[in-house]
Design a protein around this ligand. Structure first.
Ligand code: FMN
Length: 169
C-alpha cells in the first residue's frame, strides 16, 4: 500500500504530526500548496490528510485537498487551539469530513490540541485591558495558555497510534 501524507499547516503544529506519521510509515510529507500534491495523491491508495482548525472547520486550502480524494482511503488528522474535549474535536471533524467526496473511504480520524500563534494573545490582552470583565477575552487567554506547548510528545504519539490502528499496521 502506498501512502501520501498531505498536510496544510500554517504555524507548524499539524506539520509536526505529519512528520511523525511520515517517520512511522517510511513516507514523505507533501504540503497542500506543493505543485506535486496531485501527483502524490494520484499515486497513493491511502491518503493521510492533515488540517488545522480554522473557525470550526478546516482551512479552504485543506478543503480543496479533501475534495480531490475521490476513490481514496483517507485518514484525517488535525490540530485545534481548543483541546481537551472529545466532543469539540468530533464537531470539528464532522465539519471537515463533509469536504470528502462520497466515494472516499474514511478509515479513521485523530485530533489533538495545537498551540495558538502568539499574535492572538496580544489581541486578547488588549481587549482585556480595555474591558477587564470581557469574558470572551478571558476565555481566549485561558485557551491560549492551555494550548501552549501542544502538540506534545503524548499528542503526537496518540495521533500516530490512531493512524496505525486505522491503517492496520
Ligand atoms: C484564523 C484562525 C482561526 C482559528 N480557528 C480556530 C477554531 O475555530 N477552533 C480552534 O480550536 N482553533 C482555531 N484556531 C487555532 C488553530 O487551529 C491551532 O493553533 C492549530 O494548531 C494551528 O495549526 P498549524 O500550526 O498546523 O497551522 C484558529 C487559528 C487561526 C489562525
Amino acid at each position: 500500500m502506498t501512502y501520501a501524507i498531505v498536510v496544510e499547516s500554517k504555524t507548524g503544529n499539524t506539520r509536526k504530526l505529519a512528520d511523525a506519521l511520515a517517520r512511522e510509515l517510511g513516507s514523505e510529507v507533501v504540503t497542500a500548496d506543493d505543485s506535486q500534491v496531485d501527483a502524490a495523491i494520484d499515486a497513493a491508495g491511502t491518503v493521510l490528510a492533515g488540517f488545522w482548525c480554522d473557525k470550526g472547520d478546516c482551512s479552504p486550502a485543506a478543503a480543496r485537498v479533501l475534495a480531490g480524494l475521490s476513490g481514496k482511503q483517507v485518514f484525517l488528522f488535525g490540530t485545534a487551539g481548543f483541546g481537551g474535549s472529545a466532543e469539540y474535536f468530533d464537531r470539528v471533524l464532522g465539519a471537515v469530513e463533509k469536504h470528502l467526496p462520497d466515494d472516499a473511504e474514511l478509515l479513521g480520524t485523530a485530533m489533538c490540541q495545537g498551540q495558538i500563534a502568539p499574535a492572538s494573545r496580544g489581541r486578547w490582552e488588549a481587549a482585556l485591558a480595555k474591558d477587564p470583565e470581557d469574558k470572551r477575552a478571558k476565555m481566549m487567554l485561558a485557551t491560549y495558555d492551555a494550548a501552549a506547548g501542544h502538540p506534545t510528545e503524548a499528542d503526537v504519539a496518540h495521533v500516530v497510534a490512531a493512524a496505525k490502528q486505522a491503517l492496520g499496521r
